[in-house]
Design a protein around this ligand. Structure first.
Ligand code: DGL
Length: 258
């Protein structure tokens, strides 16, 4: 594996492109390969073992493509499988976890909200992370139904607006001043979320932090690409149009069975 090999990024579907975009903006000279496992989305309702097995399948695919580093652009896969992946593979992994720390540290009302999948909120990793913030009230909400709607391209449907209203209204009433988006699909809902939240509530996601961490790991352990730059490659086992649309139709999408 050399520094000129690509970075691999995977998610249960199209949501991890929010993380891929942050990485691509910070590291435009890196080659990247993105894998959307849409056929198996959502991961959020699956058992830990199913999430571990699906994650391994994705990692095997990316390693076959010669990836030098793998970014797990999925909170559910990170919080349920990163330990098992690190035990089995030697390639460095970067995971994504809900950004509880900046929200809890900066909250003035000492009340924050988190919207994430059931798999993430139930995970040991997430629950250990929240233990550190005993003084902060953390309102956890599972985003039931949001990922399937996003994977269908239904971001602006009345059903989406209703679900978001029902998840966010109790948080507003509880006086949160930070909302943590604990699923890489949810940054695509920020315009819809902003219609519901009062302006003083800040929305936090983890895209930039993951991109910076990717940069650090390349600098310290692997090295940056100093060869030619190829176009990013996107693979999906779902509907290529939805993935293309979320990327504003800027890139070619490869359909693949994996
Ligand atoms: N995008 C994923 C996450 O960050 C998972 C969504 C799902 O497949 O349930 O949690």
């Amino acid at each position: 594996m050399t520094n000129n090999n690509p970075i691999g990024v995977f998610d249960s579907g199209i949501g991890g492109t929010s993380i891929w975009t942050a990485i691509h903006q910070l590291l435009p000279n890196e080659k990247t390969i993105y894998l959307a496992d849409t056929k198996n989305a959502p991961y959020g309702q699956k058992t830990k073992q199913e999430i571990v097995d699906l994650s391994k399948k994705n990692v095997d695919f990316l390693l076959d493509m010669g990836c030098k580093l793998i970014v797990i652009a999925c909170n559910t896969a990170t919080t349920n499988a990163i330990k098992e992946l690190r035990e089995q593979y030697t390639v460095p992994f970067i995971g994504i976890e809900p950004a509880i720390k900046p929200a809890a540290t900066n909250s003035k009302t000492q009340t924050i909200g988190i919207l994430a999948t059931q798999g993430t909120l139930n995970s040991e990793l997430f629950n250990k992370a929240t233990e550190m913030y005993q003084d902060t009230k953390i309102i956890e909400q599972v985003g039931h139904g949001l990922v399937p709607l996003i994977e269908n391209g239904d971001l602006n449907s009345p059903e989406m607006a209703q679900l978001l209203e029902s998840y966010l209204r109790p948080m507003i009433e509880a006086n949160i001043d930070y909302l943590v988006l604990g699923c890489s699909h949810y940054p695509y809902l920020i315009p819809q979320i902003k219609k519901i939240l009062p302006e003083h509530i800040q929305i936090i996601d983890s895209g930039e932090a993951v991109a910076k961490q990717t940069q650090n790991v390349l600098r310290e352990k692997i090295g940056f690409n100093n060869g030619p730059i190829d176009d990013p490659i996107f693979y999906t086992n779902g509907n290529p149009k939805v993935l293309s649309d979320i990327l504003e139709n800027k890139y070619k999408i490869e359909e693949k069975i994996f």
